[in-house]
Design a protein around this ligand. Sequence first.
Ligand SMILES: [Zn+2]
Length: 361
Amino acid sequence: MSDSQNELSPEHQVEAARKAFEQEFERFARFTAGDLEAAVTEERALADLRTRHLGKKSALAATKKLIGRVAPEGRAAFGQLVQSTEAALVQSLDQAEQSLKDYIQNERTARESIDVTLPGRRPRFGHRHPITLLREKLEDVFVALGYAIEDDREIETDFYNFTALNIPENHPARGWQDTFYTTDGFALRSQTSTVQIHAMQRRGVPVRMIAPGRVFRRDTPDPTHNPMFFQVEGLCVDRGITMAHLKGTVAEFLRRMFGPDTVTRFRPSYFPFTEPSAEFDFSCFKCKGSGCRICKNSGWIELGGSGMVHPNVLRTVGVDPQEYSGFAFGLGIDRMCALMYELDDIRLLFENDVRFLGQFE
Ligand SMILES: [Zn+2]
């Protein structure tokens, strides 16, 4: 075999380069864009095709170096052949590229309102507020002890907020400095004890109930005070109820909340609506009494107030204190929440910062 048979002439090499291009380009010429993603992929493939067939290392570019092998009289014609072939390839590529670009542009404009190529947005699941979680835990404990859950209005008359609770006319709690009043003289309840009165009037005695709810006091917000907070009130009235029942109930409640080793202690105190009255503390759940930051190194955590229902309160709702007696207790849910989660600032509970609230999921 001679060289001439084995090797294509320069003109044939140009022809071969054109055919190789057309073979590959065929599918682009036939391509009808059906969706945006396919069109974008095709656009990239087309750019790749252009590099391979028109780039510096392409077969067509190589033919430009063959000019020396063409007979002098045919060189001009060969030069034109290379140029026209190159121009034809460029035109085919430009047309295909333009139609793809137009299609992509139109599709993107049409999708601007709803871009279905974006990943979906995962719905955010909410969860209960830490105060709600704690309130439900308290409710579970008392429901298990046979208590009903009561709630009532947050705006009260003077009678329910003070008089019925044996709070005398001149008591400082009645003052404008301590209680929020509406312009027509109603009070925003300053304790959940109001629910005791409503419940005894409605249900009569004997009664066993707790009343978790929102209360209001004119406090300037600081790390341990808020003008609105949550309390839970407990009331048990029946024949023969004594201070022993109060102590046993509070102790059992705290054991169920903080563990079976929890120790409770009572300290004499004064409240207008109970007689005798006592504040109650429990052994620190964190250090078990040895002293830590939470209990301020005392080993005890002060939690709430309690006492035997004052005979005047029972009389107000038509219950004979000679026949019935009862106990009541109350504590702050927010404060308990702050203790349990070691919050330095109780205001965090109401600032609705999801970075904070998200930690309680
Ligand atoms: Zn402690």
